[in-house]
Design a protein around this ligand. Structure first.
Ligand SMILES: *Cc1c(COP(=O)(O)O)cnc(C)c1O
Length: 364
């Protein structure tokens, strides 16, 4: 991933769905939020968000946290003892972007599972398990990402989830769902959030991704689990005061921005279709299920990092380099289909331009 931050003006930002800014209506909801002391359970707007999410996810209890990262790390710390293994797909956010979290905070380590686009089968899970025994780590928790981020927004089916979580339970392994973009999977598949969440001991969703809120995530589970989660929230400095100001944005997002995720999915598919016709781009539009487009450069004279850099400079379109020849573009509520067409044209024209340059001039 390229470092975030550009000295060039960005016109169309497809780097991530985290870049959305609160709309006027969302800011209005924030301004009007009733607030109190969250640590004492006295912030009505936070309580409202928590109740709404609990209902949506079908869990007994929930807690508002500053970030999805804290949701993952609190859950891992509660499910694991020092020396335990967290079973997770090899491209998972927690493994790739929170690599030091669980080792430092829980004393646990990530054991990667080989997967296809972030989704693994019972056989692939089995292949990652170590036998029971004193010289092996305890398999403490199975963590899945719905939908997979670095897998290209791929959704787990309910059957897939049921099979791997059944297998985990039969080995006394706890189950956790990183649902950063879970509502994208709900909109894409038509399966309810409750159904997706039912097999898991802990689940969370992010309010600051495609839902468009500025800050926050909600972690859910049974009442005992959330009671323990509160201890860590307090210990790690995640307890807040008048958090209703931001919780109100989350409530607004859940009430207004869920159905429209379908537009983001349509725009992602459109981008993939427009890119797929270029001979130096490899992407099958049919694999694009949600709002993430992960595509590869083939026979490109430049690396993905160079290309995304030139793309910003030349056309103000930002995407992310996620490997030597892999680029990620993410759609969200601040881009429309017109922007997608401009972005696709810009990257195709840039590839053509670089391709037609004599090698000696490709001095970047
Ligand atoms: C963004 C993301 C996270 C981390 O969430 P933050 O709110 O940015 O801390 C975790 N998992 C996945 C899959 C993500 O995409």
């Amino acid at each position: 991933m390229i470092p975030v931050g550009s000295s060039y003006p960005i016109r169309i930002d497809l780097f991530s769905d985290t870049i959305t800014r609160p709309t006027k209506a969302m800011r209005q909801a924030m301004a009007n939020a009733e607030v109190g002391d969250e640590q004492k359970g006295e912030d009505p707007s936070t309580n409202e968000l928590v109740a709404l999410t609990r209902e949506l996810l079908g869990k007994e209890e929930a807690v508002f946290l500053p970030s999805g990262t804290m949701c993952n790390q609190i859950a891992y710390a509660l499910h694991c003892r020092p020396g335990d293994a967290i079973l997770v797909d090899e491209t998972a956010h927690s493994l790739c972007h929170e690599e030091t979290g669980a080792p430092a905070l829980a004393g646990a380590f990530y054991r990667p599972i080989k997967a296809d686009h972030g989704v693994f089968s019972v056989a692939q899970l089995e292949a990652a398990l170590r036998p029971e025994g004193r010289s092996f780590a305890r398999n403490a928790v199975l963590s899945i990402e719905q939908p997979s981020n670095l897998g290209g927004g791929t959704c787990w089916s309910l059957e897939g989830i049921t099979s791997v979580t059944n297998m985990a339970r039969s080995h006394q392994i706890k189950t956790h769902m990183d649902g950063a973009r879970m509502l994208n999977a709900v909109v894409a598949t038509g399966v309810s959030a409750r159904d997706f969440c039912a097999p898991f001991d802990s689940v969370w969703l992010d309010l600051s991704k495609g839902l468009g809120a500025p800050i926050g995530a909600v972690l859910a589970g049974d009442a005992d689990f959330i009671n323990e989660a509160w201890r860590l929230k307090q210990r790690w400095g995640g307890s807040m005061r008048q958090s209703g100001i931001v919780a109100a944005a989350g409530t607004f997002a859940l009430r207004n921005n869920v159905d429209r995720l379908a537009d983001d999915h349509g725009n992602a598919r459109l981008l993939a279709e427009l890119l797929s016709v270029h001979p130096q781009i490899s992407i099958d539009p049919l694999t694009v299920q949600t709002n993430i487009v992960l595509f590869d450069l083939v026979d490109s004279p430049v690396t993905a990092a160079v290309l995304v850099d030139r793309l910003i400079q030349k056309s103000g379109v930002r995407m992310g380099a996620f490997g030597p020849s892999t680029i990620r573009a993410v759609t969200h509520l601040d881009v429309d289909s017109g922007d997608i067409r401009i972005a696709a044209d810009a990257i195709r024209a840039l590839l053509d331009e670089i391709h037609s340059m004599p090698t000696s001039q490709r001095s970047f």
